[in-house]
Ligand binder design. Structure first.
Ligand SMILES: Cc1cc2nc3c(=O)[nH]c(=O)nc-3n(C[C@H](O)[C@H](O)[C@H](O)COP(=O)(O)OP(=O)(O)OC[C@H]3O[C@@H](n4cnc5c(N)ncnc54)[C@H](O)[C@@H]3O)c2cc1C
Length: 456
């Protein structure tokens, strides 16, 4: 079977685009999530054209072989993990920016374009592609679409879904579907574009995307506010939002995260504080907006409010925030990263609950958060070689999701369901929700070949 598969794939792909050496293919087995099963791919293909992706899908459907689409494998839910005997389709070689139109304010890109590469390219035209996951120097637009990625600036500019106008998608049987538009408006038919955003490679393979761009905002200035408790920092977040401010980011790091970042990168963040809030404005007068937010932080109990002196200092603070997950991983070698998003008004309750859960399981759980969105990343740090600690890590990870649902939130704000949270999807959606989602899956992928074992 496997050799017939490889032979059939080679008939429509260049020789160097079909990898079969198990030492090589095994390196494509999983993304960056812990505790997620991954199988051994039969073959990895690296197509460069839409026609080559169509050939792969026609072959896979004819031979009934599962297919796992992959971008840069920075995912944090096991969504890009291989299943046994599958064809991994890595889109990283389809990495061309096909068009940037300042008039239409769009970019047309292939899926393997790295997020930061696109951001820099459109900046040369005075434009911005806002969604900015902390992994932006590595992750691809295809993966961002697959997971409906967020990032730091989403509190003001919104998430990936708001920027995807149209898609070309290779379907399970190899047909090419074009969804959406390149116009500023459009309501023709069901919004299939939106359906694909966050579908985790389970409905088709994105081979081209039309993305909306914004005028490039002025450079942002950042303020750091220190708090003696996480609760006070959450009160400040609520005050900022209730007063109608629109920061370009509003991020939180707790004490564990601050210490982890200092120990990894010697950033000189204040280690005695319980919570650090970073706020930024990219408005015409950011200093005035920061002063108003600083006053709100002080009213909420901030012990210190320090505006960055200039753009370089602002960038340093953001770098510290972007390093948070990597730094927390260094604490004990392994992490399980929750992605619970709650209504902002319940942020304090969530952080309070996470602290109780950490005590109950005797574990270190650091929290960094896109606080302005209510999207938190309680990160369980543990030693994977210790079975008891690993068990407690998984239980605490699950308990945090249960808490998030109890508070009216969702199990995932931006990382997706993948393998890691699939038992939890049914709890969030309920039986009717799951039934309808399965019906959609069956309509696009009747033989269940696309990214099997994910989501459901
Ligand atoms: C240090 C670090 C920080 C992070 N910070 C953030 C953050 O701030 N915000 C955030 O949202 N995420 C964050 N992430 C998670 C991750 O980077 C994102 O989920 C990202 O969008 C994944 O992109 P990728 O190219 O690595 O995709 P992959 O991990 O390879 O794939 C992700 C999913 O998309 C599917 N997929 C990939 N390409 C295609 C395609 N062309 N067609 C169809 N399906 C496809 C895959 O099957 C999989 O289900 C972070 C990860 C790390 C390691």
């Amino acid at each position: 079977m496997s050799s017939a598969l490889v032979e059939a794939l080679r008939a429509g792909l260049p020789a160097d685009a079909v990898l079969t050496d198990p030492d090589v293919t095994s390196s494509y087995a999983h993304d960056m999530a812990s505790f997620c099963d991954a199988g051994a791919p039969a073959v990895v293909v690296l197509p460069r054209t839409v026609e080559q992706v169509q050939h792969v899908m026609r072959t896979a459907t004819a031979l009934r072989v599962p297919v796992v689409p992959q971008g840069a494998r920075t995912g944090l839910s096991g969504g890009a993990n291989a299943s046994d005997g599958c064809v991994v389709v890595s889109l990283v070689k389809m990495d061309r920016i096909l068009e940037i139109s300042p008039v239409d304010r769009i970019a047309v890109v292939e899926p393997g374009v790295v997020n930061a590469t696109l951001s820099r390219a459109v900046a040369e035209h005075g434009l911005a592609y806002p969604p900015d996951p902390s992994s932006w120097e590595m992750c691809t637009i295809g993966g961002n679409i697959g997971t409906a990625s967020g990032g730091l600036c989403c509190v003001k500019y919104g998430v990936t879904a708001e920027y995807v106008l149209g898609l070309d998608v290779v379907l399970a049987d190899g047909r090419l579907l074009r969804t959406g538009r390149r116009t500023a408006k459009g309501v023709a038919g069901y919004d299939l574009t939106r359906l694909f955003v966050g579908s985790e490679g389970s409905l088709g393979i994105v081979v081209r995307a039309v993305l909306a761009l914004k005028p490039r905002p002025p450079r942002q200035l950042v303020l750091a506010a220190e708090f003696a408790s996480a609760a006070a920092a959450c009160d400040a977040v609520c005050a900022v939002m209730a007063k109608g401010h629109l920061p370009s980011l509003l991020e939180l790091m707790d004490r564990t995260t601050i210490r982890a970042v200092n120990s990894l990168a010697h950033m000189g963040l204040p280690e005695t504080t319980e919570a650090l809030l970073l706020a930024a404005f990219d408005t015409p007068d950011p200093a005035a907006d920061l002063a108003a937010v600083g006053a709100l932080c002080e009213a909420a109990g901030a012990t210190q409010v320090v505006p960055a002196e200039d753009a370089a200092e602002s960038e340093l603070l953001l770098q510290a925030r972007r390093l948070s997950l990597t730094a927390l991983e260094a604490v004990k070698g392994t992490t399980m990263i929750d992605d619970v998003c709650v209504p902002r008004s319940r942020l304090g309750d969530l952080l309070d609950g996470v602290e109780r859960i950490a005590e109950k399981y005797a574990l270190t759980i650091g929290v960094c958060a896109h606080a302005g969105d209510g999207n938190t990343h309680p990160t369980v740090c543990f030693d994977a070689a210790d079975p008891d600690e690993s068990r407690r890590a998984r239980e605490s990870f699950d308990e945090i999701m249960a808490l998030g649902l109890d508070l009216g939130g969702t199990i995932t704000g931006e990382h997706g369901v993948g393998v890691l949270k699939k038992e939890w999807l049914a709890r969030e959606l309920g039986p009717v929700g799951v039934e309808m989602q399965r019906a959609v899956k069956a309509a696009f992928d009747p033989h269940h070949l696309l990214n099997p074992g994910k989501l459901f």
